[in-house]
Each structure stands twice: as structure tokens, then as C-alpha cells.
Design a protein around this ligand. Structure first.
Ligand code: NDP
Length: 475
């Protein structure tokens, strides 16, 4: 058996009995082992994520089976390339102890450990989002969280906000549809959601969206089924993912992209960088790219899942950003959240660490393990004549043409209804009925004037949508 030690490796004689003055006496301050144990316990929790607090993750691999080199030079997307990854699923609004089978958007955040550094794709199980400008993001999240006075979740706040921000109607329709409660993380699609750019070896830019289609088939729960599950098991998604991977039943997703040239994008009737909109398949058909598999459970949930930190700012050559205003804000706010939650050197934690070489002049800071701070030839500043790591202009992106004057622009596209209508129209009749029921259920306790405002919006999506919800509200 191994010798039990303190955190500094000093052998421990007793882990059962504290050091006391006499058999019945008070404890001694000298008992540093007891103090270390209690003090460490007080520090076992770190701030939970303000959003996506409850999550499950697994390791796996991305395999590229098709040649898409005409769109991107990124090594991770070259045919035959295999890239290890960590995929973290989550619910968005609930706290770390929330039940898995709640109606909510699901996070679908993937960390690819590529040969050119870490690439994080911070997606969801929905191709869209409630907002298109992150200025509204903190307010939106407040409506999803607890009311500060009652400390209860507040349907009135959610519907008040949604009806005043009708760009959210598309995402609300997805959320209230069957897909608002996936049966498990294995049975849902993932979407990069934002528009990103691809850059090929000729330095040409394309706009791209990422899709991960479940090979387990889409399976969803009704409100009633979810309630039954939650009554017995708050960890149903975690259990399903963990147990299936332990059994060797590895979940898979086919990986697809949509591509638009810069010219095609400039001619669209809607803003291709608006996160509340999809690119209809007719305009940008899905292109097969490869397959993603999850095949290994983390060994330690806290170390590898709670401490996993994802950010769209982790990007690799051949993949870039877009003018999507939500993406632009997440590039700042995600790493900022991780610096707050985990500290300045969170990138050095094993789960977050690049598997390729890191050479940086960022040094020191709390909990520094010296990863990447190689100080090549003793160079700790740059530029230097010591032969330290240097930049390479071959990674510069092509010019992005920007037009206009700086100002706080309102979105020009006020068509909040066409895309939710397209979705409504493809729903089979029984799903439409469940959509009405789910919306009516979510409106319990909502003020009449707000419900009426919502009905007016539904009417503009489709008269059947408004009538269906009206009827469901009367039941
Ligand atoms: P298509 O008929 O070509 O595509 C319909 C898409 O809808 C499919 O990707 C399907 O996903 C998905 N879908 C079916 N039921 C639901 C649901 N309840 N919630 C969310 N997605 C669902 O038409 P369009 O490309 O013109 O899109 C029509 C509407 O479909 C859009 O307005 C949008 O709401 C939704 N959608 C579109 C996507 C896109 O990228 N174009 C992606 C996902 C949804 P699957 O193949 O997995 O069954």
C-alpha cells in the first residue's frame, strides 16, 4: 500500500485521530495535518460558470474523411487528419446542481487539441441564439436566472424580455419545440452556430458554419416524460453519457459544414452574421467533412470537466472569426470568465493545455507551472537578439473589407418571422401541438399583457401558431 502523505509529500502517521491535549482535551493548533485538511475543504469549490454551469464531458477524436482543402488550410481539417478532443455538454440556465432533463438550450463546446494549438468551438444544440448583439446578453441571462427578490425562476421576466426582443422568436420556437428537451446528450445535434471564416492556402476567405449531426438519431422528451425522469434522476444525461462510454457504446456525430463565398454572403437578403438566423440549406447545402466520436470518460470530474475552459478566442490558422457581433463579444467574455473562475494561468491546467508546442512571453501570475514560458535561450522579452521565439507573417489573414462610420447601429433586418415560420412549417402536426402545449406551460404566471404581446408575434409567424397557443392556454 502507498504511504499517505501531506500535500507536500510528508508521511502522515494518523488520518483518523486529531492531535489533542490529553485524551479528552482540546485540539492543538500544531495539528497542521488537520488544519490543511479542513482549510483545503473550504476551498474545494470554485465559482461555478454564470451560464452553462451543469455539464458533462468526454474525450474523443475528430477524423476528416473528405478533402475540403479548397476552403481551409487548417491542419485539423485536412483529409485523413485525426485530432483528439474534449466535448463538454451542458444546460445553460440551471445551476451546477440543476436537473439534466430540463427544457433548455444545451451547450456543445469542443476543445480540439490540434497540431497548431487549441481550437475551441463553443457551440450549442441549436443553430441559432436568442440575441444578435451581446450588449443584451447580461440582461437576457438575468431573465433566465433567479429573480433577486423571490429567488425563483421567473417566467414573466423571460417572456417580457422575449416579447420586447423579437429577434429571439426563432430560438424560442426551437426551445419550445421537441428539441428543447433532448433525451440525452448523445441524441442531439451540435452547431457551431456563429459564422466563422475559413482561409485556404491561397489566402482566400470563405464564411463557414459547423454542424454535428448525431448518428444516434434525434430523440427528445415531452414535458411529462422529463418530469418523470427528473423525479427519480437529476443526472440523467451525465449517467447516460458516462455509462454508454464505459460500455464501449461510443457516440458519434457526422461533421458537416456550410460554405458561402464572400461574394455570395454580400448578396443575401439577410445578414449572414446574424446569430438569430440560420443559413437555409437551399442557399448553403451541407458539405460532408468527417466524423466525431467520444470514446473516453474523464478520470476526475473536477479536474477535467469543471476546470475545462473553452473560448472562441482559441483559434488556429485557416479558421478565423466573422463580424457576428455575438461572436465578437464572446471572444472577449469567455476567456475573461475563465481568468476569473480559474486564474490567469488556466491555460496551463492539463485539460486546457495545448498538445503542440507553446512558446510565449507571458510569464508569472498565480499558479504558474511554467508551461509555454520556455524562455528560449533565456529570452524573457521580445524583440531580442537571443534567438527567442518569433512571429511569422505567413499567418496574417487576408484583408477584411469594412465599410461605414463607427456608431451604435440598430440591426437593419427586422424580419423576425420568416425563419421561425420555415421551422413551424416543417414541424409535423403532432410536434406543432406539443409546441403549443410547451409554450402554454411555460407561460404559467405570466401577465396577460405580456401573453397578448407574445400572441401578436406568433400571429406574424403563422396564424396557426397563435391560434394553437391560444387554445393550449385555455386548456
Ligand atoms: P431544411 O428543410 O433544409 O432544414 C430543416 C432543418 O430543420 C434540418 O436541419 C432539421 O434538422 C431541422 N429541424 C427539424 N425539426 C427541428 C426542430 N424541432 N428544431 C430545430 N431544428 C429542427 O430547411 P432550412 O434550411 O430552410 O431550415 C428551415 C428551418 O429549419 C430553419 O428556419 C431553422 O429553424 C431550422 N434549422 C435549419 C438549419 C440550417 O442550418 N439551415 C439547422 C437546424 C435547424 P435534422 O436534419 O437534424 O433533423
Amino acid at each position: 500500500m502507498k504511504q499517505l502523505t501531506t500535500d507536500f509529500g510528508n508521511p502522515i502517521a494518523s488520518n483518523q485521530n486529531s492531535l489533542s491535549a490529553g485524551e479528552l482535551g482540546p485540539l492543538l493548533l500544531q495539528d497542521y495535518q488537520l488544519i490543511e485538511k479542513l482549510a483545503h475543504q473550504n476551498r474545494e469549490r470554485i465559482p461555478e460558470r454564470a451560464v452553462h454551469a451543469k455539464g458533462s464531458a468526454a474525450y474523443g477524436e475528430l477524423v476528416i474523411t473528405e478533402d475540403i482543402s479548397k476552403y481551409t488550410k487548417a491542419k485539423v481539417f485536412q483529409k485523413g487528419e485525426k485530432t483528439p478532443l474534449l466535448l463538454r455538454f451542458s444546460t445553460v440556465a440551471g445551476e451546477a446542481g440543476a436537473a439534466d432533463a430540463e427544457r433548455d438550450v444545451r451547450g456543445f463546446a469542443i476543445k480540439f487539441y490540434t497540431k497548431e494549438g487549441v481550437w475551441d468551438l463553443v457551440g450549442n444544440n441549436t443553430p441559432t441564439f436568442f440575441l444578435r448583439d451581446a450588449y443584451k446578453f447580461p440582461d437576457f441571462i438575468h431573465t433566465q436566472k433567479r429573480n433577486p427578490k423571490t429567488h425563483l425562476r421567473c417566467a414573466n421576466a423571460a417572456w417580457d424580455f422575449w416579447t420586447l426582443c423579437p429577434e429571439s422568436l426563432h430560438q424560442v420556437t426551437i426551445l419550445m419545440s421537441d428539441r428543447g428537451i433532448p433525451a440525452s446528450y448523445r441524441n442531439m445535434n451540435g452547431y457551431g452556430s456563429h459564422t466563422y471564416s475559413f482561409i485556404n492556402s491561397n489566402n482566400e476567405r470563405f464564411w463557414v458554419k459547423f454542424h454535428f449531426k448525431t448518428k444516434q438519431g434525434i430523440k427528445c422528451l415531452t414535458n411529462e416524460e422529463a418530469e418523470q425522469i427528473i423525479a427519480k434522476d437529476r443526472e440523467s444525461h451525465q449517467r447516460d453519457l458516462y455509462e454508454n462510454i464505459e460500455k464501449g457504446n461510443f457516440p458519434k456525430w457526422s461533421v458537416k459544414i456550410q460554405i458561402l463565398s464572400e461574394e455570395q454572403a454580400s448578396k443575401l437578403e439577410f445578414n449572414p452574421f446574424d446569430l438569430t438566423k440560420v443559413w437555409p440549406h437551399k442557399i448553403a447545402p451541407l458539405i460532408e467533412v468527417g466524423e466525431m466520436i467520444l470514446n473516453k470518460n474523464p478520470q476526475n470530474y473536477f479536474n477535467e470537466v469543471e476546470q475545462a475552459a473553452f473560448s472562441p478566442s482559441n483559434i488556429v490558422p485557416g479558421i478565423g472569426f466573422s463580424p457576428d457581433k455575438m461572436l465578437q463579444a464572446r471572444i472577449f467574455s469567455y476567456p475573461d470568465a475563465q481568468r476569473y473562475r480559474l486564474g490567469a494561468n488556466y491555460h496551463q491546467l492539463p485539460v486546457n493545455r495545448a498538445k503542440s508546442e507553446v512558446n510565449t512571453y507571458n510569464v508569472a501570475g498565480a499558479m504558474n507551472f511554467g508551461i509555454g514560458d520556455n524562455l528560449v535561450n533565456g529570452a524573457y522579452y521580445e524583440p531580442n537578439t537571443l534567438g527567442g521565439a518569433v512571429e511569422n507573417e505567413m499567418y496574417l489573414e487576408p484583408d477584411l473589407v469594412i465599410k461605414g462610420n463607427a456608431n451604435r447601429y440598430k440591426a437593419v433586418d427586422n424580419d423576425y418571422y420568416t425563419q421561425p415560420r420555415n421551422l413551424f412549417n416543417i414541424m409535423p402536426e403532432d410536434e406543432k401541438q406539443r409546441l403549443f402545449k410547451n409554450i402554454a406551460a411555460s407561460m404559467q404566471g405570466v401577465k396577460e399583457e405580456i401573453i397578448n404581446k407574445a400572441l401578436k408575434h406568433f400571429e406574424l409567424i403563422h396564424p396557426d401558431y397563435a391560434n394553437g397557443v391560444k387554445k393550449a392556454l385555455c386548456k
